[in-house]
Structures are given as C-alpha cells and as structure tokens.
Ligand binder design. Sequence first.
Ligand code: NAX
Length: 323
Amino acid sequence: MKQTVRIAVTGAAGQIGYSLLFRIASGEMLGYDQPMELQLLEIPPAMDALRGVVMELEDCAFPLLEKIVATDAPESAFADVDLAILVGSRPRSPGMERKDLLEANGAIFTVQGKALNSCARKHVKVLVVGNPANTNCLIALSNAPDLDPSQFCAMTRLDHNRATAQLAQKVDCKVESIAGLAIWGNHSATMFPELGSATVDGTPALEVVDLQWYESEFIPSIQQRGAAILNARGLSSAASAANAAIEQMHDWYLGTADVTSMGIFSNGSYGISKEIVFSYPVVCDKAGVHVVEGREMDEFSRSKIAITERELLEERSAILHLI
Ligand code: NAX
C-alpha cells in the first residue's frame, strides 16, 4: 500500500469544491491505489456548508479516503500537506475595480503563502485556481520564502482543454488527435491560445484550419469562454474547472507525455519577463515542470504574448507591496 498523501483544498464548500472533492477522494487525481487525507479550508461563514460537504464525503465510503479535516485555520489546513489546491478566493462584487479585487485576494494569498511556508511539507506542490490565478499564485509563492517558486503553479488547464475541444470540433476529429497547442500568459481575457505548433493527427493545425477562423473566432472564443458560460448558466464554470484542476495536478504529480499548459514562475523563457507567473507550454516528469523550448513564434504570436505579459506586469505592479 502506498504512503498516505495529504491534500489541502481551500474554498472547499464552494461550487468548484463540490465538483472537485468527490473526484479526488474517488482516486481520479492520484490513482486508484493512492490513499489520502483531505484537509479542507473555508472561511467561518461557510463552515456549516463545509460540514455538509464532509458528511456527503463520509457517505460515499471512499476506500482511499482515510481522514477529513474541516477547518477555518490555514495553519491546520496546510499542516504537513503534500499537495494544496487553492480554490477559495474573493469574487468580484458589483462596482469593484480590478485593483480592489487584486488587493482583496492579495490579503488571502499572503496569509496562505505564509501558512504553507511554515506548515506544509517541504516538497509541497501548490496549484492556484482562485482568480486572478496567476497573480494570486505570485503572491502566495512570494510569501513562502522557504519553498521554491517551482512548487507553485496557476491553473490554465481549463483554457488548454477548451482550446483542444474547440479545435477538435472545428476539424471534426477526436480530442486525442490534437497535440502541441499552448495557452500563453494570464488566465484572463488576454490569454493567447496558440495553434502555431499544434497538430491534428500529425498535420500542422494551421494547415487544417484557416487563419481567419484562428485569429477572429478561435482566439476570442477561448478568451471569452468563461464569460459565455457565466451568461448561459448564471454561474461561473465549476465542473469543468474542477476537471482541469484534477488533470493539472495529476500531470504535475505523476508526469505527462503530452505538451500541456501551466502558469509557472517565469524563468525568462521565450524572452518573457521574469518574476511573473506566466502560462507556458510545458511537460512534467519526476524532475518537475519543463517549458517546451524552441517553438517558432511569428510576429502575430509575439504581439499576442506581449499583450498578456503587459497585463501580468500591471497586475504585479498593483500588488508589489505584497510580494
Ligand atoms: P465559489 O464562490 O462558489 O466558492 C469559493 C469558496 O471559497 C467559497 O465557499 C468561499 O467561502 C471560499 N473562500 C473565500 N475566501 C476564502 C479563504 N480566505 N479561505 C478559504 N476559503 C475561502 O467560487 P467557485 O465557483 O468555486 O470559484 C472559485 C475560484 O475559482 C474563483 O476565484 C473563480 O474565479 C476561480 N476560477 C478559476 C478558473 C481557472 O481556470 N483558473 C476557472 C473557474 C473559476 O472561474
């Protein structure tokens, strides 16, 4: 039997939490032979709701789920955790400026970064889902000086999956036929879903679809997909976000053969500014996350990347006092 893995999930009583926890506990994220303990964090007003979620988890009698902790104290939630998925964050309320949103979330992610630094296992892997995910991730890792920045990432897997599915629909192929696409930059409307190195059954994607569709339909539709779901459902995407979190953590923990996208602490690859959390094409193995180098970038791609990089630099300057 494998050693038990401790997994923290914040915002555990929220929408994404409700889609995420049961799939983690069933074994979908780390494998059906991996026992686990869940350490769930919420804010005091949501503790009743969290107790209900815990009861439901108990009622599933998951064989792999050895223990559940439900708490409103970050230090307890992160005590000796191997993995942490930071979903809980402050949503934008009416009239709230982007700067106020960054500030409100900054307060959460400084506290959680510090608690991870002092309480989590030294090899902890931290996936940030709560928006603005890239900059929240930057704040958390900056407040965890004893952990390496490579132990943190922001979720852009949902955008990657959306791009894969839309390309597969367009060319009428299976999603497994698509390889090599990438999400660059921020998890926001400036992200750049790039098809320049993508293939469909081995053929370059840009030989299969026309440039007009790529530039005028595909890119905006991926950038606006979250808003489209919110308009249609009256609620933001939750099940697909939980699915993406499971896949991103799965690949990070167990490794992946295919190129995927992750928001990571930039080391300057592709000339991107250092010290922002930027989504790159990556592969993961036991040694960690590796940016896929050497992709050819034309002027169009470089201009799109510059827009999303600029936005991340602006977000960084708005929270400089927190990092
Ligand atoms: P919900 O509002 O349903 O749930 C959030 C939960 O977090 C609430 O239960 C709240 O009480 C809790 N929370 C707030 N502050 C907390 C804190 N300091 N510590 C612990 N828990 C706290 O939102 P949900 O739909 O679950 O979305 C969660 C976050 O994911 C949002 O920021 C959302 O914007 C973000 N998303 C990120 C995506 C991505 O691709 N990176 C996609 C989906 C989603 O939009």
